[in-house]
Design a protein around this ligand. Sequence first.
Ligand SMILES: [Ca+2]
Ligand SMILES: [Ca+2]
Ligand SMILES: [Ca+2]
Length: 673
Amino acid sequence: MKRRSHDRVGHFEVLRREPWKGGSILLICGLAIGVAIGACTKRNGLGAGPAFDDATAVDRKGNGSTERGSNPELCGDGRVDNGEACDGDTSIDCESLGFGGGSLSCTSTCSFDTSKCERSFAINIEPSRRSCVAPCAVFFDVSNTQNLTKDDFVRADFQWDFDSTGMEPSQPHRRTTGFFVAHVFRNPSPPGSGYEVRVRGRDVSGQASEATVSIEVTEPTGPVFYVAEAGSDGGKGTINSPLATVREAMSRRKPGARILLRRGDRFKVRELRIGAEGPLIIGSYEDPGQRSSKLPILDFPSGELVMANDSVDFTLMDVHIVAIQGGISAVRSRRNLFFNVEIESSIDGETGVVVGTEHAREVVTADCHLHSFDGYGIFSSGDRQAIIGTRMNNFRGGQHGFRMNSGDSFYIAENHIVGDENMTSFTFHGGENGTPMRKIVAVGNYSAQPVSFNPQNLDQAERVSEVLVEGNRFARGLNIEAQDLSIRNNLFFDGFLSIEVRNQLLPKSFVGNISIENNSFYSDKDATFISVEEGAHHISVRNNAYYTETTLGYAMIFGTQGKVLQPKNFEFGTNLVYVPNVGQVRPYFFDGQAFTSKEWLAKTGARTVEGDPKYQTTDMAHANALRPGASGAGADAGDPAAGFGDLERGLRPTDGNNDGEAAWDLGAYELAP
Ligand SMILES: [Ca+2]
Ligand SMILES: [Ca+2]
Ligand SMILES: [Ca+2]
């Protein structure tokens, strides 16, 4: 596969280290005073979020990517537990969820029943299919919903439950957020009934609606071929008479077949080619006589890999690939699913790709683990793709953990990506020659390296637009040269430059329409949180919380590069600033001048809350990182915004300071009353 080598990451890196070199901006200093002491209160949310479950934590640098589901044993005890929206009688009514009126009740599975609430618009929920054979992935698109205020589906708040009746309540990734999402249904639904998928939406003015769709997931019924190391290719291929080689099983397959490899075994494979004859599942089985917790290994000792170019309805699951060059090639494939696959690949050099899904459609990589490779993790282009719950670590030598290069509709959620420092964790470029790339949802990811939405080469006018970036943890910030983005409920830990909006490559006035709302920023050193280059337009900045422990005498909370920026290009709401280790705060920079919060208010009308957010911890490895205590200065201090859920999808706004009025908090978390 041909790769372009002149990517922008190197350029980005240079700029990141000296973000203000060549600019006209001076850096100044800060002060702020804390308030009292607080403790985290229990959530009263719409559901558990892309949470950070210690039991699944993969390393101390980050956090696990599975979510806490509701615990069915606690539903019915009259208390609102984690993962429950309600339990029994609820004090919340239809209006407080944004509906026009009517009566709200609590279901037997402890979620809101809004069927008797009045709706002001109808959500148009478009699933990629309504029935499929387990395990299967389904995409859901609500971006064509009509009558949304300002037609704004990017900032509208869509919250999903893929199993709203709780048939399999603890399934991973059960809840999510966004206008385009995907889910893997692992197990069949009970005969005659499907999984009820529910989306509750609120548009930017807060009006609510809800829709459901049923997805029927059936048992696979095709022939099964068992393969074991100690089997015989003359055997029947049954569990008691397994075949010995994958090659023999492949030669006997028919559409709908499953080829199951014995757990704990290792299979040397010279060639594995999947054609367009699907459906086909290659997975594993457990030998009842000799149980093993180890995935079967597909060992490609001679430089081959799983060749699934042009394949259709191919599922590869529960296997461990060991290869010296790549892992899976699925160029031009359709409806493929790579699920619970571990891949280690000793690719040497920059041109390697572990999973290649270029020009593909409806391909999902879920709960996989890619590690110990040189090059790219996943390299993609095409329409309707998703990467969910996938871990990438211990890789180097390439440019990106995951890279998407043109296409329409992408969902990247709850992944955990840690590569070496010269790479990005993930990046979205537009297509060549100005082809747009549209509709990206990135939620609940952990990224140790930068993340970018931008053109790739210095001479490429690649256009990325319509992007929701929500509920992620970013260790090295976000680089944007794109249009129409909502960046909300994220945690940023980068001291160099958390959000960089650049404007160098695209036609004039392309970069813009970017809202940066309800994020929490923290730095243990000299901080530059947001920078915006000349010519970017319609940037809204509100309800964020900025905390830096810099002792250098200055803190760059928000700044512009270039002279021509006009205040009319910005919409500033209320933001929290906490800079406890220096004596004077001039956190805002505009056209080369520095302003105190008071001066900033006079210039722009923007309000700044100076005070201690009372974070429980600033250690990003901790599940409570940047979670404020009850007396934090950000509680109920924000402006109305378009996000009606917080980082954990707890309901916004709530009355966090107990004065009888619910208001938005500053930062990514919303304190429960
Ligand atoms: Ca309960
Ligand atoms: Ca509040
Ligand atoms: Ca209040």
